[in-house]
Design a protein around this ligand. Structure first.
Ligand code: ZN
Length: 103
């Protein structure tokens, strides 16, 4: 019984981590979308710096998305997808590249 509970608990924790990662990557995608919108509206080019304060107005109540697992987001310049400080919390490279640098 105890062993079963431990296994169930481990599975639960794993599922919770996956859910947090999923939510985080979704938030990074939203950030990237907003970044692109901001860049377009302000005639910014790839490589231009983006600050928190530039994007804040696009979010309801000025609240920026954040990582549920406690990671810190780095917005990074236009054309470079934002990232989270938690390992594994990252936008798929391919999606980010095809969206920002059409070939
Ligand atoms: Zn994260």
């Amino acid at each position: 019984m105890t062993a079963f509970l431990l296994v169930a608990l481990a599975a639960y924790r794993g599922a919770r981590r996956d859910a947090q990662k999923h939510t985080c990557i979704y938030a990074l995608g939203v950030l990237e979308d907003v970044k692109r919108r901001w860049a377009e509206e302000n005639s910014k080019m790839n490589g231009d710096e983006v600050r928190d304060s530039d994007l804040r107005k696009y979010f309801k109540g000025g609240i920026m998305p954040s990582c549920e697992a406690g990671g810190t987001f780095t917005i990074r310049p236009v054309g470079t997808p934002p990232k989270c400080s938690v390992k594994g919390h990252a936008l798929p490279e391919e999606a980010a590249r095809s969206a920002t640098r059409p070939r």
